[in-house]
Structure formats: structure tokens, C-alpha cells
Design a protein around this ligand. Structure first.
Ligand code: KIV
Length: 271
């Protein structure tokens, strides 16, 4: 038996089993082949090809400018590397809000061209027609509620969402709507922990939090943030597991020093 055939791919069904067994789901972003390979080999359950690639990879201030072609490029690079994790690709801003037919075409392009396992989109009742249409084509959909970065110009700020009752009730109703429609999971971003826990209890599909407390069914972080490659972004919910920015700068500094001093390459490093 080859090594590859021993790997059991994570499925949407497996994620619902994990919720039933109260086994927390670990999810991280990746946007390229090399990182996705490491993250997958480390044993992550879900890889999100997030539209945060707009910030992290392309240096944009928001997630709005990233295009469908660019997301497909990132998605393809990631799926080539991944053997075990479930791969979800974000539908970028402007590719699903207009109408459900356009949404379906965008989702089909993502699935056909990237070979991902599922798509993710932001919103509840406002996009429910699109969600239904994508699901009816057999494409698994992950929802995203709470802070929705594609709506940043509507909010005007990245502060915690749904602190007031009205917004919290709308979020719960939206989560139930997404569950009823057939979404396999929902990301909840930057909301009070108590609300995150309530949603996780009231819906049967897995709830993956980012800044939504510890009472949800899993957690997601942006890989470059948790590795300490990005330095400017420090929300309370972010735990940094490394300071890779310092390590990378140190290694590059050493290389520059070695080149300048003519220490590199040495005799063993040449032909
Ligand atoms: O784009 C992204 O990285 C995301 C996560 C923050 C959940 O949507």
C-alpha cells in the first residue's frame, strides 16, 4: 500500500462527526503550494484559501480588490499540495452578491478550476438565494457571519460585531437560515464569546470561530498572523505561535553579511 492511500481525507461529513463527538476542528488559511503542504502535513483539519490573500499576499488594505481569477490561482496552488485537509476557497467580493446565477457560475469555476472541496461566502438572508443555488448544484458551502470583511465599507470599522441584541438576534436567525439551506459549517468572526457559544448550541452544523470565544466547535486563524510573519495586525483574539518575521529578517541579514564578506559561497558550495 502506498503512503498516499493511507491518508484519510477530511470530508464535510467528518466535520459533522467531529461536532457530534465534541472534537474541536482546527482550521488555518493558506494561499500557496509550499505553505499549504507544511500546514497539511502538520495535520490541520481544514485549509481555507481565504480572500485575506488580498491583504496578506497582495498588500491590499481590504479583501475587496481580490478577483475570482486570483482566488482560483491561489486555490489551485493549495489543492496541489494538500492530501488530507478539507480545502475551502473563499468566493471573492462581487462574485455572488449580484444574483444567484452569477453566484453559481463563480462557484462552479472555483470547483472546476481549483479542485477544492467547498466554497465559503459571507452573509445570511441577503445571500440566501445564492447559497441555495450553489448547494443545489452539489457544491458544499461554508457560511461566514459576524464581522464580514467584505462589508467593511458598510461598517466603517473592524470592531466586535453583534454586541447589541438586535444584531445578535439577526446573526442567530442567519445561522439557522444557513443551516436549513444545507451549509456544512459556518465561520463566526469577532463576536462576543457568549453569542458564539449560543450559536454553536442552537445549530447542528460546526461553528468555526475567529475571535468568537472557546464555546464554538473549532477555531480558524490567518496563517501569516499566527506565525508572526505579519506584524501590523494584533487583535485580542490572535495568538502568535512564532515570530517568523524576526527569524526571516535574521536569516536574510546573515545571507547579506555572508555575500558582502565573501564568506558565501565557500569551497564546498561551488563546482
Ligand atoms: O479570508 C479569511 O482569511 C477568512 C478568515 C478570517 C476566516 O475569511
Amino acid at each position: 500500500m502506498s503512503v498516499h492511500s493511507e491518508i484519510r481525507k477530511v470530508t464535510t461529513h467528518r466535520l459533522s462527526e467531529m461536532k457530534l463527538k465534541q472534537e474541536p476542528i482546527a482550521m488555518l488559511t493558506s494561499y500557496d503550494y509550499s505553505m499549504a503542504r507544511l500546514v497539511d502535513e502538520a495535520g490541520i483539519d481544514v485549509i481555507l484559501v481565504g480572500d485575506s490573500a488580498s491583504n496578506v499576499m497582495a498588500g491590499n488594505v481590504t479583501t475587496l480588490p481580490i478577483t475570482l481569477d486570483q482566488m482560483i490561482y491561489h486555490g489551485k496552488s493549495v489543492t496541489k499540495a494538500v492530501q488530507r485537509a478539507l480545502v475551502v476557497v473563499d468566493m471573492p467580493f462581487g462574485t455572488y452578491q449580484g444574483n444567484s446565477k452569477e453566484a453559481l457560475c463563480s462557484a462552479i469555476r472555483i470547483m472546476k478550476e481549483t479542485h477544492a472541496d467547498a466554497v465559503k461566502l459571507e452573509g445570511g438572508s441577503e445571500v440566501i438565494e445564492s447559497v441555495h443555488r450553489i448547494l443545489s448544484a452539489g457544491i458544499p458551502v461554508m457560511g461566514h457571519l459576524g464581522l464580514m470583511p467584505q462589508s467593511i465599507h458598510k461598517y466603517g470599522t473592524y470592531v466586535v460585531r453583534a454586541k447589541e441584541d438586535e444584531e445578535a438576534e439577526k446573526l442567530i436567525a442567519d445561522a439557522k437560515l444557513l443551516e436549513e439551506a444545507g451549509c456544512f459549517a459556518i465561520v463566526l468572526e469577532k463576536i462576543p464569546a457568549e453569542l458564539g457559544e449560543r450559536v454553536a448550541k442552537e445549530v447542528s452544523i460546526p461553528i468555526i470561530g475567529i475571535g468568537a470565544g472557546n464555546g464554538v466547535d473549532g477555531q480558524v486563524l490567518v496563517l501569516h498572523d499566527m506565525l508572526g510573519i505579519t506584524q501590523q495586525f494584533s487583535p485580542r483574539f490572535l495568538r502568535r505561535y512564532h515570530n517568523l518575521a524576526a527569524e526571516i529578517k535574521g536569516a536574510v541579514g546573515s545571507y547579506i553579511g555572508d555575500v558582502k564578506s565573501k564568506d558565501f559561497p565557500n569551497e564546498k558550495e561551488q563546482y
